[in-house]
Design a binder for this molecule. Structure first.
Ligand code: SF4
Length: 333
C-alpha cells in the first residue's frame, strides 16, 4: 500500500495548530504519557480507527527519533488492530483489510480467502511457522488460499508496514512544531521512556547489563530498535540470559519490546531453551558460531579480541568478576 504523504503531513499540521482539535491533542498527550510510563496501559487509550489520533501519535513519536518508543507505539496499535480484525465477520474482515490494499477475496463455499501471492510474500517474512512460507502454499493463478487467522496475521504485518511509512514521512518532512503541546513535549517523552528502559534493563539485582559482551548488547539493542532478529540471535539471547541467572519472566520482558512479539510463541521458545519443557538447558553459541552467523559485534573491544576468548559467557564472567573486585576494593578504601 502507498500512502498519500502530502495529505498526511497537511492533516497533522492542521491538527497541531487548529483550536478545533484541542481535545484531540489532549487525548493524544495523555495517551502518549501513559504509553511511555506504563507500557500498553489502558488507562488512556486512543482509537486506532480514528485516523487523526493515529496520525498525530505517530508524528509525535517519530519526532522523538527514539526507536524503542516508536516500536512500543506500533505494538500497541498493531495489537488493537489485530483484536479488531478478530471480531469481524468473514465479509467485514475482507473489506477492512482491503483498505490496506490486501486485495483479499472471500469464498463462502470454502470459508477461506484468496490473497495475491506477492502480497503474501511481502508481509510474511517476520511471521514464524511453515504456514507462512510460500513453499507450503498451493499457488493457483497467482493466488494463495489462507484461513481467517492467517489473513489476520498477514494484515497485521501490513498494518505495521503502513505505520512505518507514516513514521518515515513524518521524519522526512520534519514535523517539529508541537506548540499545541506542553513545551518540550517530545523531549519529555524521550526522558520518561529512557528512565523506564533503564530500570527495566536492570533485569535483576545480580545481573549487570554493562558486563554483557558486545554481541548480546547489540542484539538486545536491536530488539528495542524494532529489528526482527534471526532465530539464532534469539536463541543466543535466551541462552545467555538464562545462563547468567535471569528468570524466564525477565527474559520474556526483553522480547516484549520486539515489533513482532508473540507472547505464546516466545514463551514456548523460552521455556524450551531454558529446559523448563525440554529438560535441556541450552547455552548460547560459541563466538565462532556467532561470528559465522554475522552476530559478532566485537569491533575494537579489548576483551573480545583476546585470542583465548571463546564464549560470550566467558566474557561476562570475566567482566563481572573484575567489577565485583573493583567494587570491593573501593568499599574498603
Ligand atoms: S567475540 Fe564473542 S563475545 Fe565478543 S562480540 Fe564476538 S561473539 Fe560476542
Amino acid at each position: 500500500m502507498e500512502i498519500d504523504v502530502d495529505n498526511f503531513i497537511e492533516r497533522v499540521r492542521t491538527i497541531l495548530r487548529d483550536p478545533e482539535y484541542t481535545d484531540l491533542r489532549n487525548r493524544v498527550e495523555q495517551f502518549l504519557l501513559d504509553l511511555v510510563s506504563r507500557d500498553h496501559s489502558e488507562t488512556y487509550a486512543i482509537d486506532h480507527r480514528n485516523n487523526d489520533e493515529l496520525n498525530l501519535s505517530v508524528a509525535l513519536v517519530s519526532a522523538t527519533r527514539e526507536r524503542g518508543l516508536r516500536s512500543r507505539l506500533f505494538i500497541y496499535l498493531r495489537d488493537k488492530y489485530e483484536k479488531e480484525l478478530g471480531a469481524l465477520s468473514a465479509t467485514e474482515l475482507g473489506d477492512r483489510v482491503n483498505e490496506l490494499g490486501m486485495d483479499a477475496s472471500y469464498s463462502i463455499d470454502s470459508d477461506l480467502y484468496e490473497l495475491p501471492f506477492y502480497i503474501f510474500i511481502r508481509y510474511t517474512p517476520h511471521l514464524s511457522g511453515p504456514y507462512y512460507r510460500l513453499t507450503f502454499q498451493r499457488l493457483r493463478r497467482g493466488f494463495v488460499t489462507v484461513t481467517k487467522e492467517m489473513l489476520i496475521k498477514v494484515s497485521r504485518e501490513a498494518f505495521v508496514d503502513y505505520l512505518r511509512m507514516l513514521s518515515v514521512a513524518a521524519e522526512e518532512n520534519k514535523i517539529q512544531d508541537f506548540s499545541g503541546f506542553p513545551r518540550g513535549f517530545p523531549d519529555t517523552l524521550v526522558n520518561l521512556y529512557r528512565a523506564g528502559s533503564d530500570s527495566s534493563s536492570q533485569l535483576a539485582g545480580h545481573i549487570e547489563p554493562d558486563d554483557f559482551p558486545p554481541c548480546v548488547k547489540e542484539m538486545i539493542k536491536q530488539i528495542r530498535d524494532g529489528v526482527n532478529l534471526s532465530h539464532m540471535a534469539r536463541f543466543a539471547i535466551v541462552g545467555f540470559l538464562h545462563n547468567i541467572g535471569a528468570s524466564n519472566k525477565v527474559i520474556m520482558g526483553v522480547f516484549k519490546q520486539a515489533p513482532d512479539f508473540n507472547e505464546s510463541m516466545t514463551k514456548y521458545q523460552v521455556d524450551h531453551i531454558t529446559g523448563l519443557t525440554s529438560g535441556t538447558e541450552y547455552s548460547p553459541p560459541r563466538c565462532l558460531v556467532l561470528q559465522s552467523n554475522h552476530l559478532c559485534y566485537k569491533e575494537g573491544d579489548t576483551l573480545c579480541n583476546q585470542e583465548w576468548l571463546k564464549h560470550p559467557l566467558q566474557y561476562y564472567k570475566i567482566k563481572n568478576k573484575a567489577r565485583l573486585k573493583n567494587k570491593k576494593e573501593s568499599e574498603t578504601v
